[in-house]
Design a protein around this ligand. Structure first.
Ligand code: GLC
Length: 522
């Protein structure tokens, strides 16, 4: 894309704040897309029209006519809607009520829906048609798929539609927010989803005897990103690559780590209306009032003199919960510990038991709200993020802006956004003892109040905006576009010859010719 040409993108995501979300994915996509839209990128986002999304969205208007896709011999009618209020970025919703008009996003009553492979395959198939409706067959629209739920879009595009020169010009970018979830299903899913049999191979989608959606997305993407430079390096290693390190290594320089940003307007302690007193690096006094209010709200005794450690996260293994519940710190250190968020029953129960045992020091609330998180970060001295792995992490950036120093493991985006001993405390080993050591360091730092306050003010000044990340995505989009150049030339040629060249140009070669009679869609 010439540097002056306006970039265009269609984000495909299973979560989008505030319409539907369970974790950071929805916030990261919303943040990136908003920044792009405000900076001249023609930005579109497509997500499934879940029941929850319908409730949160404003009035919807049709975007094009209903259309049919054939997936594994079954025809399904889909329809795309757009939020009428028209605020940028453009929000599009893919309707298929049998799949998405349900109580949950991925499941309800504690387990995944048994047809998630089909639900997200339909999403990916439908997304290609939406991209065409947006004019994507001119080659200027980037299809940007996030995580495994959207990863079949490049697979359908490059394999099922491989003979359609108009679609081969469309550049694809895949972003890995959490490689711990790959969408792995039984082999039989391949034919159920109308995918050619030769994709069942280690070079394509087979993964330890299962069909792996994310792997397919990685194999067929023009560019792959993940959400921090350190995590990009971790993905290449056997311990950090979630069993896909060979695939990540094969990508070479087509794998790029780009940090997420945070929304500096939504997370600004000098403007925040959710907290009792506003503050900032040049005027930090309000923070003490926020701490007092927080202790009151969580029914802890008013103690300005002891450190307050907070955690706001899904209470799951990835977030390092087993180190916390086994730590000495919670049982013995003279400090307050506050936990906000829901998760696995074992961790919720363990924390509740600790809170019952130490009601003056430990408090838990599993009913997460955004407002509670604002108040938590405003009142906390430290934020605990002892993650097992953390591709990026968002809360540690917000916490620094609110003068709460992160106490975190040196992994992924935590290593990239926390300056050990300057804006927070990093530690290495994954063990309750190592966590205790870090809490102890934090406690000592807190005793030197002048130093602690100076570090907190420095943390508040750190720049975690989307400005630089968005520039890096711009560059990734340019490279994805460049990778499609042979296909653009081919598409301009008469169909037969053109298509033949398309196949030679870049798409990973299948071992067998494309399945004849692959269903075409309107
Ligand atoms: C996932 C990752 C988290 C990241 C977020 C947004 O939730 O676990 O580290 O910040 O996605 O990219």
């Amino acid at each position: 894309m010439k540097s002056r040409a306006r970039q265009r993108v269609l984000h495909l995501t299973a979560e989008l704040w505030p319409y539907a979300r369970t974790g950071g994915l929805g916030q990261a996509v919303a943040g990136l897309a908003s920044h792009q839209a405000a900076n001249g990128v023609d930005t579109n986002i497509l997500l499934p029209l879940y029941r929850e999304a319908r409730q949160h969205a404003g009035a919807l208007e049709p975007f094009g006519e209903p259309f049919t896709v054939v997936v594994g011999g079954r025809s399904e009618e889909l329809r795309c809607w757009r939020e009428a209020a028209g605020e940028l970025p453009r929000k599009l919703f893919l309707e298929h009520d049998p799949s998405f008009d349900r109580a949950g996003i991925y499941g309800d009553t504690g387990s995944d829906y048994p047809d998630n492979h089909r639900r997200f395959a339909l999403f990916a198939r439908g997304a290609i048609e939406v991209a065409r409706a947006l004019g994507g067959d001119d080659g200027r629209l980037i299809l940007h798929a996030h995580d495994w739920h959207a990863a079949l879009a490049p697979v359908y595009l490059r394999r099922v539609h491989r003979d359609r020169a108009d679609l081969q010009v469309m550049p694809c970018v895949v972003t890995v927010h959490n490689g711990g979830f790959q969408g792995a299903f039984p082999r039989s899913v391949l034919s159920e989803l109308g995918l050619p049999e030769d994709l069942w191979a280690p070079d394509y989608m087979e993964w330890y005897g299962q069909l792996d959606f994310l792997k397919g997305g990685l194999v067929f993407a023009d560019m792959v990103t993940t959400v921090s430079p350190t995590h990009a390096a971790e993905l290449l290693t056997e311990v950090g690559g979630f069993g896909l390190h060979h695939v990540f290594r094969t990508l070479g320089d087509r794998l790029v780590g780009i940090l997420n940003g945070i929304d500096l307007c939504a997370w600004d302690p000098a403007q925040d209306q959710d907290i009792v007193a506003r503050f900032g690096p040049d005027d930090p006094a309000g923070k003490a009032r926020c701490k007092q209010a927080l202790q009151e709200l969580w029914q802890l005794p008013p103690r300005p003199d002891i450190p307050l450690f907070a955690m706001s996260a899904r209470l799951v293994a990835q977030k390092g919960m087993d180190q916390i519940v086994d730590s000495r710190s919670l049982r013995a250190v003279n400090a307050h510990f506050i936990f906000l968020g829901a998760g696995e029953a074992q961790f919720e129960n363990a924390l509740r038991a600790l809170a019952a045992e130490y009601p003056d020091r430990i408090a838990v609330n599993t009913a997460f709200t955004d407002m509670l998180e604002h108040q938590l970060l405003a009142g906390a001295d430290f934020l605990m993020m002892p993650s097992l792995y953390e591709p990026c992490g968002l809360t540690q950036m917000r916490a620094q802006r609110y003068g709460a120093l992160p106490v975190a493991r040196r992994v992924g985006g935590l290593a990239d956004t926390i300056d050990d001993g300057v804006t927070g405390i990093l530690y290495d080993a994954y063990s309750p003892a190592a966590f205790d050591g870090a809490v102890q360091r934090a406690g000592m730092l807190y005793q030197d109040r002048a130093r602690f306050d100076a570090l907190a003010r420095g943390a508040m000044r750190r720049d975690f905006s989307w400005r630089q990340p968005a520039e890096q995505y711009r560059d990734v989009y340019r490279r994805a576009y460049a990778a499609r150049a042979p296909f653009r030339r081919a598409a301009a040629l008469p169909a037969a010859g053109g298509v033949r060249r398309v196949a030679k140009a870049r798409t990973p070669r299948p071992r067998k010719p494309a399945t004849k009679g692959v269903p075409r869609d309107r």
